[in-house]
Each structure stands twice: as C-alpha cells, then as structure tokens.
Design a protein around this ligand. Structure first.
Ligand SMILES: [Zn+2]
Length: 123
C-alpha cells in the first residue's frame, strides 16, 4: 500500500503517524516490535521452581519432598494463578516469557517518545 502523507508534521486525528516522519529511534523500536509480534509467542508470568506431588501411590514425593517442577505464575485480576510447565515445554515457555518483557520494553520506549511529543506539542 503506497503511503501518502497528508499531514506533514502532525499525527492525524485518528492518531495515525506517517512512517516517513518517525524518528530513527521510533522506527527501530517499531520494527523490532513488529518482528516479535509476527514470529514469536509471548506470555506474561514469572517462572518458579516448586515442589510438586505427582499423586502416584508409593512415590517418594508422597512422603516428604516433592518433584522439582516448573510453574508459570501470574496475577490476573488480583488473583494468583499458576500453571505447571512440562519439561518438554520449558525452553519455549522461557523464550515466550523473555519476549513478553522485550515487547513491554519496546512499547515503553515508543510510549516515552510519544510522551515527549505531547509535552513539546510536536506531532
Ligand atoms: Zn511423585
């Protein structure tokens, strides 16, 4: 789609901003963000190792220490939820958790640029 820029200096009323008028910092952050969103999963949460009881009769975990297991813990609407992460899922879940922080960081960078635009009245 050809980009025709109607507004030379200002974002339009819908908040759309012409790419040609974005700063280098903004363009870089946006393209990293777009790449993360296109290609990778994201998941919010903290990974914690906890002891877990497997429930099998006669397993050692029934009498004392459980099996070390990985859980993804989040707080949602004020409630804490936790999700068991099977071994086979661990590496991808770790990447998704890291990518969530990357996405947050990039959004924060862009947000600061726009904070300054409003403050300086520079569309
Ligand atoms: Zn067990």
């Amino acid at each position: 789609m050809p980009l025709i820029c109607h507004s030379i200096h200002m974002a339009d009323r819908n908040g759309s901003v012409c790419r040609a008028h974005m700063s280098v910092a903004e363009r870089r952050a946006r393209s990293q963000l777009a790449q993360l969103r296109r290609q990778r999963g994201v998941i919010r949460g903290t990974l914690l190792v906890r002891q877990r009881k497997c429930g099998k009769a006669n397993c050692r975990c029934g009498r004392g220490e459980g099996h070390e297991s990985l859980f993804l813990v989040i707080s949602q609407n004020g409630r804490t939820r936790q999700l068991f992460v099977p071994k086979a899922w661990e590496s991808r879940v770790r990447l998704w958790v890291e990518d969530y922080h990357r996405v947050r960081g990039l959004l924060e960078q862009i947000s600061r640029l726009y904070w300054d635009k409003v403050r300086k009245r520079q569309g």
